[in-house]
Design a protein around this ligand. Structure first.
Ligand code: 3PG
Ligand code: MG
Length: 398
């Protein structure tokens, strides 16, 4: 990555205190971490720094605590989970600034790994207050950011610190930026984007940006209904934001002006109720019954999506094509995901996917490992797709 300072530029770290911002905002149920992907992703940076004799101090947030420290939002259980995943001891300090933090750092030996308590237990973190950043910086000689998924936040631990200390991108941040550059920054053409999910309203900026950058935009999921309705297609009882018809039309006009093909469903799998195993039929998109709901795209549409994937050199994917969480409405998403994975494996496609539901959908299809890159970022991935500068990334630029 020519544009960013990385661990290749960091120099000797032996004996140095390296503050590493990581994303440990992992899903937890009944006190157990249910998905360790984010923890696995930070392992290479920690191993590299520790192996070179650095004192590795991890900074992270957990949830969105409002009123200072609470057990519910403590990172202490996550320190244990991190230690298990990394297969090495990970110490814990019950505050990220002040005496408790300083004492724990003072007791570290070269190569040790320590996690500080939730940075968001201090309101000043999210306000990016300089005096708080100074307190964080007091425990470090060098700053490394390995949390792309929190880089859309201009907080003290994601942005402020990079201005205070010599700052570098960690290996996961580097891989992420590299993949995103291949996806939309400087992609091999043609570029096809698949965007799905429930609502247009949450993705207007993203769609507006994409139509200017990609050669074809496949729209699936509930949001496709808003486009279909705007075009005059009857979508029955389907999820649809009728009030956004004007926005949808505007996006289609922008696409036409930029030479971006818009690919809308040609057929749909419709049901009368939204539940697993509900009776369903596939109909042409012009024949949706008045009391029917479109819950997935049909086979004809899948064929057309797969044809676009065949034509593409680069694929960017955010959001499922149907209600993939319930069967049988996962079929189109699974089929297209498998097709993209196969093309990627054949070396014919660069495939980059991200966003919360997308990762779950690709895992459900069993192909997340076969994509070129799957981002664990939710909001940060969307903001990147919207073409917005991410504060935590901007400060790492040379
Ligand atoms: C995430 O989980 O998307 C990141 O950790 C950012 O969390 P936030 O949305 O609470 O800032
Ligand atoms: Mg989020």
């Amino acid at each position: 990555m020519a544009g960013f300072r990385t661990l290749d530029d960091i120099g000797a770290v032996s004996g140095k205190r390296v503050l590493v911002r990581v994303d440990l905002n992992v899903p937890v149920a009944d006190g157990k971490v249910t998905d360790i992907t984010r923890i696995e992703r930070i392992a290479p940076t920690i191993a590299e720094l520790s192996g070179k004799g650095a004192k590795v101090i991890l900074l992270a947030h957990f949830g969105r605590p409002k009123d200072g420290p609470t057990a519910e939002f403590s990172l202490e259980p996550i320190a244990k989970a991190t230690s298990e995943v990394l297969g090495r001891p990970v110490g814990f300090a019950s505050d990220c600034v002040g005496d408790k933090a300083a004492d724990a750092v003072g007791a570290m030996k070269d190569g040790d790994v320590l996690l500080f308590e939730n940075t968001r237990f201090h309101k000043a973190e999210e306000k990016n207050e300089p005096s708080f950043t100074d307190k964080l910086a007091a425990n470090g000689d060098i700053y490394v950011n390995d949390a792309f998924s929190a880089a859309h936040r201009a907080h003290a631990s994601t942005e402020g610190l990079a201005r205070r200390l010599p700052a570098y991108a960690g290996r996961t941040m580097q891989a992420e930026l590299d993949a995103l550059e291949k996806g939309l920054g400087n992609p091999v053409r043609p570029v096809v984007a698949i965007v799905g999910g429930a609502k247009v309203s949450t993705k207007i900026d993203l769609l507006m940006n994409l139509v200017k950058k990609v050669d074809a935009l496949v729209i699936g999921g509930g949001m496709a209904n808003t486009f279909l309705a705007a075009r005059g297609t009857n979508v029955g009882k389907s999820l649809c934001e009728h009030d956004l018809a004007g926005t949808a039309k505007q996006i289609m006009i922008e696409a036409a002006e930029s030479g971006c093909a818009i690919v809308l469903p040609a057929d749909g799998v419709v049901a009368k109720e939204f539940k697993a195993g509900a009776a369903s039929e596939t109909v042409a998109i012009s024949d949706v019954p008045a009391d029917g709901m479109i819950l997935d795209v049909g086979e004809k549409t899948v064929k057309s999506v797969n044809d676009w994937i065949d034509r593409a050199a680069t694929l960017v994917w955010n959001g499922p094509l149907g209600a993939f969480e319930i069967e049988p409405f996962d079929r189109a998403t699974v089929a297209a995901a498998k097709h993209a994975a196969a093309r990627t494996k054949e070396g014919k496609l660069v495939s980059v996917a991200g966003g919360g539901d997308t990762v779950a959908a690709l895992n459900h299809a069993g192909v997340a490992d076969d994509f070129t890159y799957v981002s664990t970022a939710g909001g940060a991935f969307l903001e990147w797709m919207e073409g917005k500068p991410l504060p935590g990334v901007e400060v790492l630029k040379r």
